[in-house]
Design a protein around this ligand. Structure first.
Ligand code: GYE
Length: 323
């Protein structure tokens, strides 16, 4: 770290920014040959999206890029994730990156990081804690993703008295909450009937089990499924086939993520529409960590753009998809 730049940055930003970014405590560690130690608290390994996100983070926070990464995956248990963050603070890492499992419950541990002068960058999901408690967030517009999925359902099913079921993501996660909000907004005022909406925890197994329950309860009356990620939709395919129905035809399916397996199902006609959610957030997260440690002013929010695909478009791009 060039001390002069640091001091200039500090003078410009003032004392408040100094505590907010924690650059005083870690500036000397952020340069030269010494790697930057980063603790990354990942949610777990629930989905294909998560696998791609973990890979992107590990690649970006590599030794070649000047980092020493301490990786933790919390198996989707928030207490375990908070414990991991506490242990990063105790280890005295230079910066902490969190993909928060749930929205609530972060205030105390974020305050502890701030008191220890360790800057926190959030990636992927958001938190309800005050933005003063973290330096920056990079992620996706989950409300818009849900809205895009809902608009597709509206376009294809409004006026037909269709019956819809929903597989929600992890309860209390911003990804699930915001996708539900956007989706419900988009289908408001239509004659589409939401028969049921339960969590499948963003996993294949969860999606399969909940879909089995829906099929037992509602049988052939189900026309559309909105799965809040590809994996739950993929799990549901097994349940739908086992019930003697044809996915993509008897039950049309819209999902979110656009990972390889999801896009394969879409190009084979088993899914009908996918809204993308880009998991490749590693480079941006690493750039933010370096900037914050250098005392630079950074954007509080960075939203990465998503696209969406129908069956034909999926077949065209399948081979060139990076994840
Ligand atoms: O859609 C899902 C993953 O938070 C955006 O979490 C992420 C979601 C993603 O498990 O597959």
């Amino acid at each position: 770290m060039k001390i002069k730049t640091l001091l200039a940055g500090v003078a410009m930003l003032g004392a408040l920014a100094l505590t907010a970014t924690g650059c005083a405590g870690s500036g000397d560690k952020a340069g030269g040959d010494k790697p930057i130690t980063v603790g990354f608290a990942q949610t777990g390994s629930e989905s294909g999206w998560r696998a791609a996100n973990t890979e992107s983070m590990k690649k970006a926070f590599s030794a070649e890029n000047g980092f020493d990464l301490v990786f933790n995956a919390a198996d989707n248990k928030q207490e375990a994730q908070i414990a991991a963050v506490r242990s990063f603070i105790n280890q005295g890492v230079d910066a902490i990156v969190i993909a928060p499992i749930t929205v609530d419950g972060w205030d105390d541990v974020l305050k502890e990081a701030k008191d220890a002068n360790i800057p926190v960058i959030l990636e992927d999901r958001t938190v309800s804690a005050s933005p003063d408690l973290y330096a920056s967030w990079v992620g996706l517009d989950f409300t818009q993703e849900g809205k895009t999925a809902g608009e597709w359902v509206k376009k294809n099913f409004d006026g037909k008295g269709a019956n819809l079921v929903v597989l929600e993501g992890t309860t209390g996660s911003s990804a699930a909450l915001d996708r539900s909000t956007g989706f419900n907004d988009a289908i408001k005022g239509t004659d589409i009937k939401v028969l049921d909406s339960q969590t499948g925890d963003f996993t294949r197994d969860g999606g399969k089990k909940v879909m089995e329950g829906y099929l037992q309860k509602y049988g052939k009356s189900i026309n559309v499924l909105f799965a809040q990620n590809d994996d739950m939709g993929l799990g549901a395919l097994d349940a739908i086939k086992a019930a003697g129905l044809t996915p993509g035809v008897d039950i049309q399916i819209v999902t979110i993520d656009a990972v390889k397996d999801g896009m394969t199902a879409l190009s084979k006609g088993e899914f009908n529409y996918i809204v993308e959610c880009n998991p490749l957030l590693g480079d941006k997260a690493a750039e933010l960590v370096k900037a914050v440690l250098a005392g630079d002013t950074v954007e509080k929010k960075t939203i990465v753009a998503d696209q969406s695909f129908d069956q034909e478009q999926a077949a065209k791009v399948l081979d060139s998809r990076p994840y």
